[in-house]
Design a protein around this ligand. Structure first.
Ligand SMILES: [Zn+2]
Length: 230
C-alpha cells in the first residue's frame, strides 16, 4: 500500500523502485552521474500527493493589475510567480507587496523568454542563472523552481536548472489563462494539479475562476516550492 502511494513520487524523481541490491543501486546512480552532471532536476506537470491541494502559478509579469494583487492578498493565495526580470524592472513594488504581505514566491522563467531548446548549454545556463541572480538582487530570495518559456525544455535545460539552484522544472496541468474573447473551459481540478495563469489584464477573473474550481473540488492552493524541495 505504502509502495503504491510512493511509486508515482519515486517515478517523478527518477527513482523508480527496483529489486536491486544496495551495491547495484549505488553503481546505477554513479552511472547517471557520469552521464550528466549536475544531476538533472525532475520535470513536474502534476504533483503526486494525497493532500487536497492545487498549485497556482502565474507567469511573465508584464501587467500589474491591482485587482489581481488584492485578490491574491485577500485570499492569501500561495502563488508561484515565474517572473521575467524586465517585467519588474519598472515597478518592483507590485511584487514586493505580494511577497511581503502574502505567501507567494518569485520563481525562474529565464531572462529573455527564449525557447531554451534552441540554445546550447552555455546559453541556457546564462538565461537561467542570470534570472536567478536578478531575482536574488531584487527580492533577497533566490528562485528554486524553473518554468521554461513555452514549457519547452531538453536534457540540457534540466542540468542547467540544477546548476542555477533549481530543484525542479515545472510545467503545468491546466492553463486557465484567457487569451481570446472567451475564457477556456474550466476543467475539474484534481489533487496535485498545477494551474497556469499569466499577468494579463484578465488575471483577476482568471484567478477567481481557478480559485472557484479549486473550491468546487474541495482543494486548497498550497506552496509548490514546499512540495518540490530536494
Ligand atoms: Zn512565459
Amino acid at each position: 500500500m505504502a509502495l503504491a502511494v510512493l511509486a508515482p513520487v519515486l517515478l517523478l524523481l527518477g527513482l523508480a523502485p527496483a529489486p536491486v541490491s544496495a551495491a547495484q543501486a549505488q553503481a546505477g546512480s554513479a552511472g547517471v552521474g557520469a552521464r550528466s552532471w549536475p544531476e538533472p532536476v525532475p520535470v513536474v506537470s502534476h504533483v503526486a500527493t494525497d493532500d487536497p491541494v492545487v498549485f497556482i502559478t502565474i507567469d511573465d509579469g508584464w501587467h500589474h493589475d491591482p485587482a489581481a494583487q488584492r485578490l491574491l492578498l485577500e485570499r492569501q493565495v500561495p502563488a508561484s510567480l515565474f517572473l521575467l526580470p524586465d517585467a519588474y524592472a519598472y515597478d518592483r513594488s507590485y511584487f514586493r507587496t505580494l511577497l511581503d504581505h502574502g505567501p507567494s514566491r518569485v520563481e525562474n522563467h529565464s531572462v529573455s523568454h527564449p525557447n531554451l531548446t534552441g540554445l546550447d548549454a552555455a546559453g541556457q545556463r546564462a538565461e537561467i542563472c542570470e534570472a536567478r541572480d536578478r531575482h536574488l538582487a531584487a527580492f533577497g530570495d533566490g528562485p528554486r523552481l524553473l518554468r521554461p518559456p513555452f514549457g519547452a525544455y531538453d536534457e540540457t535545460t534540466r542540468t542547467a536548472a540544477r546548476a542555477c539552484g533549481a530543484t525542479a522544472l515545472v510545467t503545468w496541468t491546466h492553463d486557465f489563462t484567457t487569451w481570446g474573447e472567451q475564457p477556456p473551459p474550466a476543467p475539474q481540478l484534481k489533487r496535485g494539479d498545477i494551474v497556469l495563469l499569466h499577468f494579463t489584464p484578465g488575471l483577476s477573473q482568471d484567478l477567481a475562476r481557478a480559485l472557484d474550481a479549486a473550491e468546487a473540488a474541495g482543494l486548497k492552493p498550497a506552496k509548490l516550492r514546499q512540495y518540490l524541495a530536494d
